[in-house]
Design a protein. Sequence first.
Length: 101
Amino acid sequence: MEQQKQSADTLTEDCTRREELLEAKKWKEADEQTKKLLLVNNQNNSLTAPEIRQLPLDFLDIIDQLWMKYSDGKFGLRVQRQLWQNILEPEKPALRYLLKR
């Protein structure tokens, strides 16, 4: 029980620290803190795609909201998802033609 309380306290401190870094626009440090939070949530093991899909959505949503808020929408999980979708599913030629008009 004591270990669970310590883990919860550590997680709260890590979240607070990450938000401070984001507010100060220290992107690299905030990115490392976010990585640390994700790994703690996975018992410090590397994350595979299936494991990422198993992370709690509210946890991921909080991470995304904070990044989006402090980066003025430039960084966040939604931004990364959109970038990957653009790479993996490029626009169809007909759509590109219509968008250029």
